[in-house]
Design a protein around this ligand. Structure first.
Ligand code: SAH
Ligand code: F3S
Length: 477
C-alpha cells in the first residue's frame, strides 16, 4: 500500500492455502488490479474449493489456471495478455489444462478472448462466479464457456470467502459492488456494473467469523463505500415506490460503520474507497466516536483543477474537496489522507496541472497512487473527448506529482516521530527478520525489534524514533 506508484507491468499475485481434504484438482489463481479483485478471488476459491479444487502456487502443476484481471489502464491489460500467451504454450505440453479469464477484462473483451485470440477456454465476468461449476463442466467436455452477464443484485452475501495468502490478521470484507458514478475516464461502471449494497447482517456475520478465527483487522471494501445504502428488509430494487422505501429505516455507510464497530469493539476497522462527492461528515463523526475505526481515509481527488474535475464528471469542486478535508480534520484531528491522482487527462493545461500541485501541498497527503491518463475504449471520455496530451508531457507531469508526494510523505512521516503509536503487528519486517512490521491507525508502516512474548496479531504501543519516506522506525514500550 505504501508504494507511491503502481507498477502494472508486474505479474499479479498468486495465492495458495485453500486446502480441503479429498480435493484432487489444482487451481492456480492470480489476481491483478484493485483490492476488490483480491477479495473476489477469495470468493472464487471458495466456490471452487467445493468443486474439488485446492489452490497451488505452481502454475506447472495446475489443472485450472485463472487470472482475475483489471482493465482500468491499458498497461494492466497488456501484462495479462503476456501471461496468457505464456499459458498458451503451457497448454501445448498439457492439453487438459484449462485457462480462464475472470474480472474486468472478461467483461470488457468478452468473446474476443475466446474467438479472435484463442488465448483462453473460459471467460467469466465479476457477477457470474456462481456459474463457475457449470462453466467448468462445459470446458472439461472440450467446449469453450462464457458468462459475462452483469447483475443488479449479486453480492455473494452468503458465500464465505476462503482467505488466500493473507497473514491471518487482516482481511477484506466486500460491502458494495459496482459503481454508478460514471467518471468519464473510468471503465469500472462498464465492467463491474450497477452499484448494489450487501445486507448489513451478512456483513456483520462475516466480520464476526473473521474475529472468531483470529483476525484483528477488517477493511470494508467497495468502489465507493460512501454510497452504501440498505433499506430495512431489502435493497433499493425490492421496492416499487420511493415512498415505500422512505418508511423503512435506511442504513447508510456511517450507520454500517457504527454497527460493525459496536458489535465488534475490538476489531480494527478500515474502509476503501471513499468518494468525496458521496462522503458525509457522519462518517468522520463515527471515526471520532469509535476508537477501533482507524483514522485514515483514502480519498481520491484525480485533479486539483475545477475544469478537469468537471470534464471528469466528478461531482465536486476543488473548494468542496478542500472544505471536506478541513471539516474532517476538525472532527478527527489525527486523521491521515491518501490520494489517487490522474495527470494528462483530455485538454489538461499547465495551469490545471499546477492546480493539482497546489492542492496536494494544501492537503499534505500521507501517500498516494498516481497515474497518467490511459484512454479506455467505450468510456464517455473516449467517445467525446480527445486524448490530446502528448506522452512526454504526461510522463513529466506524472514525475512531478510523484516527486512532490515523496516530499509530502517524508514530512508526514516525520510528524509521527517522537510519539507513541498503537500498532497492530501484521508480519515480519521485509528487511530485518528480527523486527516486527505493523501499521498505526493512520496506516503508516511501523517496524521495531521483536520482543519476547509478542506475536503476530498483537496490538502493541511503539515509540517512534525516526522515519523514512514510507516507514516509521521505533521501539516497543
Ligand atoms: N473507486 C475506485 C476507483 C477505481 S480506479 C476505487 O475503489 O479505487 C482507481 C484509480 O485509477 C482511480 O482513482 C484513478 O485515479 C485511476 N484511473 C481510473 N481510470 C483511469 C484511466 N482511464 N487512466 C488512468 N488512470 C485511471
Ligand atoms: Fe470509477 Fe469514478 Fe466509480 S473512478 S469506480 S466511476 S467513482
Amino acid at each position: 500500500m505504501q508504494e507511491k506508484y503502481i507498477d502494472e507491468t508486474k505479474q499479479g499475485e498468486a495465492y495458495a492455502i485453500a486446502d480441503k481434504i479429498g480435493n484432487t484438482k489444482k487451481l492456480f489463481l492470480e489476481s491483478y488490479g484493485c483490492q476488490m479483485n483480491m477479495s473476489d478471488s477469495e470468493i472464487v476459491a471458495s466456490i471452487l474449493n467445493d468443486q474439488g479444487y485446492n489452490t497451488t502456487l505452481k502454475e506447472e502443476e495446475a489443472d485450472l489456471i485463472l487470472l482475475n484481471t483489471c482493465s482500468v489502464r491499458e498497461k494492466a491489460e497488456q501484462t495479462v495478455r503476456m501471461r496468457l500467451s505464456k499459458f498458451k504454450s503451457l497448454k501445448r505440453t498439457k492439453p487438459n489444462l484449462i485457462v480462464g479469464v475472470l474480472g474486468c477484462m472478461a467483461e470488457r473483451l468478452k468473446h474476443k478472448l475466446l474467438e479472435e485470440e484463442q488465448l483462453v477456454d473460459l471467460v467469466v465476468g465479476p457477477d457470474a462466479y456462481r456459474d463457475l461449476p457449470n462453466l467448468l463442466k462445459e470446458t472439461e467436455g472440450g467446449k469453450d464457456a462464457i458468462n459475462v452477464i452483469l447483475s443488479k443484485d449479486e453480492t455473494y452475501a452468503d458465500i464465505s470467502p476462503v482467505r488466500l495468502g493473507g497473514n491471518g490478521v487482516t482481511a477484506f470484507v466486500t460491502i458494495t459492488r459496482g459503481c454508478d458514478n460514471m467518471c468519464t475516464f473510468c471503465i469500472v461502471p462498464f465492467t463491474r456494473g450497477r452499484e448494489r449494497s450487501r445486507d448489513p447482517h451478512s456483513i456483520i456475520r462475516e466480520c464476526k467469523e473473521l474475529w472468531d478465527n483470529g483476525y484483528k483487522e477488517i477493511t470494508l471494501l467497495g468502489q465507493n463505500v460512501d454510497s452504501y445504502l440498505w433499506y430495512g428488509g431489502g435493497a433499493k430494487k425490492d421496492f416499487d415506490k420511493a415512498s415505500e422505501m422512505q418508511q423503512l429505516t435506511a442504513v447508510h455507510f456511517a450507520e454500517l460503520l457504527d454497527m460493525v464497530a459496536t458489535e465488534l469493539p475490538e476489531i480494527r476497522i478500515r474502509f476503501a474507497t471513499s468518494n468525496p462527492q458521496d462522503m458525509s461528515l457522519d462518517v468522520f463523526r463515527m471515526m471520532a466516536k469509535h476508537h477501533n475505526i482507524c483514522k485514515y481515509v483514502h480519498l481520491p481527488v484525480q485533479s486539483g483543477s475545477d475544469n478537469m474535475l468537471k470534464a471528469m464528471n466528478r461531482q465536486h469542486t476543488r473548494q468542496e474537496y478542500l472544505d471536506l478535508i478541513r471539516e474532517a480534520k476538525l472532527i478527527v484531528p489525527e486523521i491521515a489522507f491518501s490520494q489517487d491522482i490522474m495527470v494528462g487527462f483530455c485538454n489538461e493545461t499547465e495551469e490545471d496541472h499546477q492546480d493539482t500541485i497546489s492542492l496536494m501541498k494544501e492537503v499534505e497527503y500521507d501517500y498516494g497512487y498516481m497515474f497518467a491518463y490511459s484512454e479506455r475504449p467505450g468510456t464517455p471520455a473516449h467517445k467525446k473527448m480527445p486524448d490530446n496530451i502528448p506522452d512526454d508531457v504526461k510522463s513529466r507531469r506524472l514525475q512531478e506529482v510523484v516527486d512532490l508526494q515523496g516530499e509530502l510523505s517524508t514530512l508526514r512521516m516525520k510528524s509521527y516521530v517522537g510519539k507513541v503509536h498503537e500498532v497492530l503487528i501484521d508480519g515480519i519486517s521485509r528487511k530485518n527478520v528480527n523486527q516486527w512490521k505493523g501499521r498505526n491507525s493512520q496506516n503508516a508502516v511501523v517496524v521495531f525489534d521483536i520482543k519476547e512474548g509478542t506475536k503476530l496479531g498483537d496490538t502493541v504501543q511503539v515509540f517512534v524514533n525516526s522515519s523514512t519516506r514510507g516507514t516509521l522506525i521505533g521501539e516497543m514500550l
